[in-house]
Design a protein around this ligand. Sequence first.
Ligand code: NAD
Ligand code: 13P
Length: 411
Amino acid sequence: SKKHKVCVVGSGNWGTTIAKVVAENTKEHSDIFEAEVQMWVFEEEYQIPKDSKHYNDETSHPRKLTDLINSLHENPKYLPNIPLPKNVVANPDVVDAVKDATILVFNLPHQFIGKTCEQLKGKIVPYARGISCIKGLAVSDKGCELFSESIGQKLGIYCGALSGANIATEVAQEKFSETTVAYDPPAMDSQHPTPQGTPHGSHTDLTKLEGEAKGLTGKKMKRTALPSEYPPLHHKNVKMLFHRPYFHVSLVSDVAGVSLGGALKNIVAIAAGFVDGLGWGDNAKAAVMRVGIMEEVKFGKMFFGDSVQTRTFTEESCGVADLITSCSGGRNFRCAKMAVAEGKSIGEIEQRELNGQSLQGTGTAYEVNDFLKKEGKEQEFPLFTAVHSILEGKKKPEDIPHLIDPNRGEE
Ligand code: NAD
Ligand code: 13P
């Protein structure tokens, strides 16, 4: 019988961390997975800094990042000082990296996923399954889509989502955290039983389900049955790929809730950074977080309908826990705070502080605002709208209390 081959598409701070997590598990569960994990790297030249333990004659000049990762078993640019398992193999060729992979883990800054999917079209096995670890939304003229769905549609595969309170460096250092995985087959057409709403941790056998079916939020997702030589990709085996003693996985069926929590909290974290940058303290930050989680749930219910469950936001790692961690130590929070404290733009701070890592909150604030404007709903999301107005320079961080005041309209 065959084993599942895994490819992580992306190798930034979180992409490399997830490759580490997954590679530890593929090695441990060698009856189900091939040990080797391919990790696609957007190739670049990198110069090891002089004060690094890796600096020597060989590394005293810029080298290809893939060569460095494969020889040092570390990603010195995006996840320095974290040893990677030797079964993580960096590959600069995305088409070669996904060859024969039955499980594709998408983990890239959200602005790059569209182009990457274009390169992958027709190059993956038709029975592959995807998991999106991307925190962002795919906003276009067509509206607002989850990345799990846009990836699923573009590549003709079923794609779930992983998201949680997961600051990458902490997970990489094997400090305890939880995460949420939404992985359920799309609701089936009439000849198949509908597995939607199955309890947490149930063992739906996705391998036997085939055909074009409606996704959890109503979008069509094609799915080709997995050949019978492969172990089934039911919940238990999907969980096995990500769960570690230091990284606890909870499985749910609410793909939209999981994806929206991860995307929208980035806007809230910017607002939290703004008020903290003013030196306003924890009460102000808590107020922003309170309004933020309400807007997350409202956005989900308004635009993704009944598939979104409030408890995904209030009870799962991908909801309130991600909001808290992101507003405490996340990059969006830290950069927004420095921007206000130093009187600089967030973009300037991002360039200076993140060494090529990418903030997702600024782009998402603009994209969500575009979408809300088109829907005529800006006023119903005062915090999301305030962050956009501040980024645009039309309002100031000091205006936030007024902008989110529910009695504002009565003045
Ligand atoms: P990152 O912020 O480290 O971004 C750097 C990555 O972007 C590098 O791999 C770089 O090669 C790549 N890149 C740059 N230009 C590119 C291009 N033109 N095409 C393709 N790739 C390009 O990335 P990350 O932290 O791995 O984030 C990936 C996703 O995971 C994001 O949606 C993020 O919100 C989410 N996430 C991040 C964290 C975290 O703590 N870092 C935690 C959870 C989720
Ligand atoms: P930042 O991208 O703001 O660092 O947030 C990381 C994250 O998603 C934590 O769960």
